[in-house]
Design a binder for this molecule. Structure first.
Ligand code: XUL
Ligand code: CO
Length: 439
């Protein structure tokens, strides 16, 4: 079965921009060196278990369309083993470097937490063997604290402390398994950490609970010596009406408020979550970088006409070229990477559709990397931004920023020196034309 599921697909190779086959990389040439680093090491791309292997194509109007062999009825642990074997066959044929998972994507829910933990431990051994055999690494692990009915009113923010405790126990196990598998990061997405209605919600209490929860996770990370960062993944809503980790700025404020802004936590920015929050993807990444919280990226896209998290594969070369230029300029990823938190459409149920989706996403990022390199090598765009702020290098600007002038002293200078600033063009259209020339 493992051999047969993807057996019609040859391993994906780099064929250059004019490759004939639909299933070849045209730009992703993993050993090609760009700005002193191999493409594979720049992009650190990952396939996610949940959309690609756990989801069966169900949506809110219809049942599963995929009917994968590992989703058929039967012994849950045997199916989890089959799913893992097929997944690693996929990673190898695709030639991707990393994968990501939730505890319940790779291992079934038992009747008790002890039983679930035992199965997860067994599955971690299975994953470790596949990782050893294929060389595919773990970008991050996480716990699913939103699917089971016990979490319907939240996990850490639940009105019932026993649910908080259950979630804490689940994270302890998922973090330890992530460490055992050499995961580079651990992710916390607060799927239901928010509310459906304020009528039944004590917001202050829920935020305090969430703060305490993160504090406990950070303590445990240090206790076990997990070296990667904890990544909080902002999302404004869905499935909740409002989620406390609304966007990068909200998480930044939360971390500061609860004494958690000490380097343990960074952000996992997801493209479609950014747009749901009314921001651009580039805005969220720019904020994370500005706040010193940039960690990793969940790579996908939304649909301009659909107001929910459609999690489509990325294909906007212009957006991604500017994004990569921004990330490269800031030094690139350290522990993070590009995880395809993206799913094929329900009608794309063939095995080969999973390859078309990932090959397209990987090639788009690789091509964007090459364009970003041109943007930075040419240097005009960063130079224009620098020039726009050049005044701050002068004595007035430096004294203001260095806290050497009070409001009254600044006011005195404006009057005594007859300061009379003249407007300057922002040159937006010229910059837009410049960017088009790189594409
Ligand atoms: C949900 C989402 C999650 C997180 C991990 O929108 O993005 O899959 O990435 O829990
Ligand atoms: Co995500």
């Amino acid at each position: 079965m493992v051999d047969s599921f993807f057996s019609a697909i040859e391993p994906i190779r780099y064929g250059g921009p004019d490759a004939e086959s639909a299933l070849a990389f045209r730009f992703y040439d993993k050993d090609r060196v760009v700005r002193g680093k191999r493409m594979e090491d720049h992009l650190r791309m990952a396939v996610c278990f949940w959309h690609t292997f756990a989801w069966d194509g169900t949506d809110m109007f219809g049942s599963g369309t995929f009917q994968r062999p590992w989703q058929a009825a039967g012994d849950a642990l045997a199916r989890a083993k089959l799913k893992a074997a097929v997944a690693f066959d996929f990673f190898s044929r695709l030639g991707v470097s990393f994968f990501c998972f939730h505890d319940r994507d790779v291992s079934p829910e038992g009747h008790t937490l002890a039983e679930s933990n035992k199965m997860l431990d067994a599955m971690a051994d299975v994953l470790a063997e596949h990782m050893q055999r294929t060389g595919v690494k773990l970008l991050w692990g996480t716990a699913n604290l939103f699917s089971h009915p016990r979490y319907m009113a939240g996990a850490a923010t639940n009105p019932d402390p026993e649910v908080f405790a259950y979630a804490a126990a689940q994270v302890k196990q998922a973090l330890e398994v992530t460490q055992r598998l050499g995961g580079a990061n651990y992710v916390l997405w607060g799927g239901r950490e928010g509310y459906e209605t304020l009528l039944n919600t004590d917001m202050k209490r829920e935020l305090d609970q969430l703060g305490r929860f993160m504090n406990l996770v950070a303590e445990h990370k240090h206790k076990i010596g997990f070296s990667g960062p904890l990544l909080i993944e902002p999302k404004p809503r869905e499935p909740t009406k409002h989620q406390y980790d609304y966007d990068a700025a909200a998480v930044d404020a939360f971390l500061q408020h609860y004494g958690l802004a000490n380097g343990d936590f960074r952000l996992n920015i997801e493209a479609n979550h950014a747009t749901l929050a009314g921001h651009t993807f580039e805005h969220e990444v720019a904020y994370a970088l500005a706040a010193g919280l940039f960690g990793s990226i969940d790579m996908n896209r939304g649909d301009t006409l659909l107001g929910w998290d459609t999690d489509q594969f990325p294909n906007d070369l212009g957006e991604l070229s500017l994004l990569l230029a921004r990330v490269l300029q800031a030094g690139g990823f350290s522990t993070g990477g590009f995880n395809f938190d993206a799913k094929v459409r329900r009608q794309s149920f063939d095995a080969e559709d999973l390859f078309h989706a990932h090959v397209g996403g990987m090639d788009t990022l690789a091509r964007a990397l090459l364009i970003a390199d041109r943007i930075l090598a040419d240097g005009k765009l960063p130079a224009l931004v620098d020039a726009r702020y050049a005044g701050w290098k002068n004595p007035l600007g430096q004294e203001i920023i260095a806290h050497r002038l009070s409001l009254a002293q600044i006011a005195d200078q404006v009057i005594s020196r007859n300061i009379d600033p003249k407007p300057r063009s922002g040159r937006q259209e010229m910059l837009e034309n410049l960017v088009s020339r790189y594409l």
